[in-house]
Design a protein around this ligand. Structure first.
Ligand code: GLU
Ligand code: ZN
Length: 492
């Protein structure tokens, strides 16, 4: 049996880290087994589905380098792969269930159902939900309702007795009493739209899906889906419900924890390899030791057995660590290419920047490579080179526990050394600057920090002397003089 798996998102929002992990696990599982990875768009909820979300789905998978073998845009033998283009199929199958006595038409009006609900709430009744009123309508009654053109939905006849079990690769057998499964859920709405359950089961069957890997939050739907497979007389696929992705506080990962959409991570400057590697380690491990896996390695090594049952904790710091590692593996040219859009977006370079500007970024890369957590960090680190940075406030120039007069003196002496640094080795210049600290009886940082802030406007920048060389001596001297006059005003 060859493996066929699918990622079946509903395009109702931006691709979420948890959803993308589901996509990746399915994709790697398919690749590791020479199987087929299918993308299916579950847009039966037409009110919540948006074109923007659909585009984001395509963009996200493309950015991650995840290619689907069958699905929208590429087609395949079981298309269409967008559920809103398959409504006639669902209608046909729902009718078939009615004809086979596995489902029935319900003519209850929304008002009747609402009254029923209110009564159940008022009576604190154990029986919640639909009362199966139309399940036993007489033939003539039904006929009359049809004659009158009464709108109807199609509901599944859930067995009144017995239990339903489904097997989950990770969780084992999961059993539910049939009278606990929702009472005769709607399969087809009166407007001919299918519900999620109907469309999902029909498509998984028709598309020949062998394994369903989806988030654990879908476990409650499992028994109902099994009942649907039984009603159709189909063999259900294997189930493997994936552990949830949680924040550090043990709650489902959400905006409260930080970015959750892949688009956000991408914009901040996470690399796809880093995101893929880290996300794969949330809920899966190879041998509990190895931490680095490139996408092509995951395509070989991924296995269901190593998925954990426990929820995975998404740790933003750990992702930063992975990202830094992958950034440092890039060549200077590769990194420059990735950094270029940030330079353009922040206005440091023109959108049509040529080879000279590119070369300038390449030359910057070795100075920032070690310090970048995300690509976007380049903006703050190099702003001083591309813009006239704002004058620092006096207190920004002062190291901890160092007064303005001492700092002013340090900067004055530094100005002399830096003005004459042309032609001297970095080590020599550094030594001379260091000597100021000794003369004034202050820490090294008491000299270097104010210079750095004066020249770069920030306490984090590439190494100081490199920064000065990149900026050029004229501008450096001008910025030092400006800082000196700011402190002069303080002291005066
Ligand atoms: N459309 C469902 C979702 O967004 C798919 C669930 C499933 O994989 O069965 O999560
Ligand atoms: Zn009814």
């Amino acid at each position: 049996m060859s493996v066929r798996v699918r990622y079946a998102p509903s395009p109702t929002g931006m691709q979420h880290i948890g959803g993308v992990r589901t996509a990746l696990f399915n994709y790697f599982f398919a690749r590791a087994n020479n199987g087929t990875f299918i993308l299916r768009v579950e847009d039966t909820d037409q009110e919540r589905s948006t074109d923007e979300a659909l585009q984001d789905l395509y963009d996200t998978l493309a950015w991650l380098g995840v290619k689907w073998d069958e699905g929208p845009l590429v087609g395949g033998p079981h298309g269409p792969y967008i559920q809103s283009e398959r409504f006639s199929i669902y209608q046909e199958y729902a009718e078939k269930l009615v004809a086979d006595g596995k489902a029935y038409r319900c003519y209850c009006t929304p008002q009747r159902l609402e009254t029923l609900r209110e009564e159940q709430v008022a009576a604190k009744s154990k029986q919640q939900g639909y009362d199966r009123h139309c399940r036993n309508l007489g033939e003539s009654e039904r006929h009359a309702l049809e004659q009158a053109g009464t709108p109807s939905v199609i509901r599944l006849k859930v067995p009144l007795e017995g239990k339903t079990t489904f097997h989950d690769v990770l969780m084992g057998d999961i059993t539910r009493r049939n009278d606990d499964v929702s009472p005769d859920p709607v399969l087809l709405k009166s407007d001919g739209f299918p519900t999620y359950h109907l469309a999902n089961v029909i498509d998984d069957h028709m598309m020949g899906i062998t394994h369903i890997m989806r988030a654990q939050e879908w476990i409650p739907s499992g028994p109902l889906h099994i009942l649907l497979y039984e009603a159709f007389g189909w063999e259900p696929p294997m189930y493997c419900h994936l552990p949830m992705v949680m924040g550090k506080d043990g709650q489902k990962l959400s905006k409260r924890h930080g970015s959750t959409s892949v688009r956000d991570f991408r914009e901040k400057g996470y690399l796809p390899e880093a995101l893929i590697n880290y996300v794969s380690m949330v809920g899966w491990s190879y041998d509990g030791e190895r931490e680095f896996f490139r996408p092509d390695e995951l395509c070989e090594l991924f296995s269901l057995e190593k998925i954990s049952k426990a929820p995975g904790i998404f740790d933003y710091k750990k992702l930063d660590w992975y990202n830094g590692m992958y950034i440092r593996q890039k060549s200077d040219e590769e990194l420059a290419t990735l950094l270029m859009p940030y330079m353009v977006r922040s206005g440091f370079m023109a959108p049509d920047a040529g080879p000279q500007e590119f070369a300038r970024i390449v030359s910057l890369v070795p100075l920032v490579k070690e310090r970048l957590k995300v690509l976007g960090d380049i903006v703050d680190m190099t702003r001083f080179l591309f813009t006239d940075i704002e004058a620092p406030a006096p207190e920004e120039l002062l190291p901890k526990k160092q007064d303005a007069a001492t700092t002013l003196e340090a900067l004055r002496r530094a100005l002399v050394i830096i003005t004459g640094m042309q032609g001297s080795e970095d080590a020599v210049v550094e030594e001379r600057l260091g000597a100021i600290a000794e003369e004034l009886g202050i820490k090294l940082n008491g000299v270097f920090m104010p210079i750095r802030v004066a020249v770069t406007g920030s306490q984090v920048s590439p190494p100081l002397l490199d920064s000065i060389r990149l900026l050029g001596l004229d501008k450096t001297v001008a910025r030092l003089e400006r800082a000196i006059s700011i402190l002069q005003n303080e002291v005066a």
